[in-house]
Design a protein around this ligand. Structure first.
Ligand SMILES: NC(=O)C1=CN([C@@H]2O[C@H](COP(=O)(O)OP(=O)(O)OC[C@H]3O[C@@H](n4cnc5c(N)ncnc54)[C@H](OP(=O)(O)O)[C@@H]3O)[C@@H](O)[C@H]2O)C=CC1
Ligand SMILES: CC(=O)N[C@@H](CCC(=O)OP(=O)(O)O)C(=O)O
Length: 352
């Protein structure tokens, strides 16, 4: 008992929605101690000057981001910053022996040409990117367990890929027919000021955006191509809905075997996710809503088949800030450290 030591953990980008979500969840994690919070625009201020509701629980200030100093104090570092920043410090953190979980898009792509095409930034850290593991535990649990660097998925790819994986991995659909129609709450856009997220813009409306050019598209396609065994294109359209948290992806695809019915698919999904504690497959005829998942690390999946069209329809609901971001990163850390995958993560949503 006297030898028990918590693992020292730091968060870069602590001011972000991802950062505060990590703080909130890690405060209750039995194996870790939060020792460092880093940022850019609030250096020297108490973290709780940004989030006063946590003043009774978090005493750390926001500190400068110096990877040498962070590595001396932390064994594990979460990065939750705008895209294009992680790659400036990750090579140093890795060289100093830290385990790193990046919530941005910097380490999600094996092929940095794709990253540069969609994110517009040239990169020189090809070797580091090639060593990163994509942080979707339901598909890559074994690789994550041995990784030093995990590139955590975005919220749309998380919801979409959990819906599509059983179909692609078992060759049940024509991959090129996959369509993802997705909706997200405003917190998906982060805490930084953006005019499309103003109440007057987003309230009372349901708005498609980034049509045929959303950055989640190549991320979804990369993993779908892996699962299908050849290059796959996916039609992806996101929508902003006037809620704060939650992502719902509704996926459509043509079945290879038109004789399959909803019950068959539900059985297949239940078997596929039988060892995945954070994925809950609904009974046949039950379809998930975002509020079931909000506040938890769960992904709820509902599956149907339309015999008239021969299409399968899969509905996938997550909390974008938890299973779609901070919670999934902690799930990955649990796996990297050999801890129970569910440690420190919320098992039930806020509803009702
Ligand atoms: N929101 C979501 O649902 C999801 C977000 N993600 C990804 O996670 C990451 C964080 O997202 P989110 O929580 O929404 O972010 P926020 O918009 O809430 O916060 C952005 C963060 O980036 C930092 N930052 C911005 N510009 C700079 C800069 N020039 N130099 C240093 N730091 C900078 C800010 O630091 P400071 O305030 O100290 O200046 C802040 O901590 C992003 O990469 C996002 O794509 C992934 C999945 C879901
Ligand atoms: C409403 C809104 O703006 N949503 C964000 C969701 C992004 C996200 O969750 O993460 P990544 O960008 O890291 O993939 C968007 O569409 O960009």
């Amino acid at each position: 008992m006297g030898n028990f030591r918590r693992v020292p953990v730091g968060i870069v980008g602590a001011s972000s929605y991802g950062g505060v979500q990590l703080v909130r969840l890690l405060m209750d994690h039995p194996e870790i101690e939060l020792v460092y919070l880093g940022g850019e625009s609030s250096i020297g201020k108490p973290f709780t000057s940004l989030y006063p509701h946590l003043a009774h629980a978090v005493k750390l200030p926001i500190e400068e981001v110096d990877p040498e100093v962070i590595a001396r104090r932390c064994e594990v570092v979460f990065l939750s910053q705008a895209n294009g920043l992680a790659c400036q410090i990750v090579p140093i953190l890795l060289e100093k022996g830290c385990k790193v979980l990046d919530l941005s898009a910097d380490y999600r792509f094996r092929d940095l040409t794709t990253y540069t095409t969609w994110y517009g930034q040239e990169r020189s850290d090809r070797t580091t990117a090639a060593a990163a593991v994509y942080g979707l535990p339901e598909l890559y649990r074994d690789r994550i367990s041995e990784a030093q660097l995990v590139g955590c998925p975005g919220c749309y790819p998380t919801a979409s890929l959990l819906a599509l994986s059983p179909l692609l991995k078992q060759g049940l659909i024509v991959p090129e027919t996959a369509i993802v129609d997705a909706k997200s709450g405003a917190s998906g856009g982060g805490r930084e000021a953006k005019s499309y997220l103003l109440l007057a813009e987003a309230d009372n409306s349901l708005a498609p955006y980034s049509v045929v050019r959303h950055r989640s598209t190549p991320e979804i396609e990369q993993i779908c191509s892996d699962l299908a065994g050849h290059e796959v294109t996916v039609q992806f359209t996101p929508h902003l809905v006037p809620i704060v948290r939650g992502t719902l992806a509704t996926v459509y695809a043509t079945l290879r075997d038109p004789g399959l019915v909803g019950d068959d698919l539900t059985t297949i999904y239940t078997a596929f996710y039988r060892n995945s504690p954070w994925v809950k497959v609904c009974e046949s005829g039950i379809y998930p809503q975002t509020k079931w998942a909000t506040g938890s690390n769960l992904c709820y999946l509902g599956v149907a088949v339309d015999p008239r069209t021969g299409r399968v329809i899969v509905m996938s609901a997550i909390d974008n800030l938890i299973k779609g971001q901070a919670g999934q990163a902690i799930q990955c850390l649990n796996i990297m450290m050999g801890w129970d995958e569910t440690l420190g993560l919320p098992k039930l949503g806020f509803y009702p």
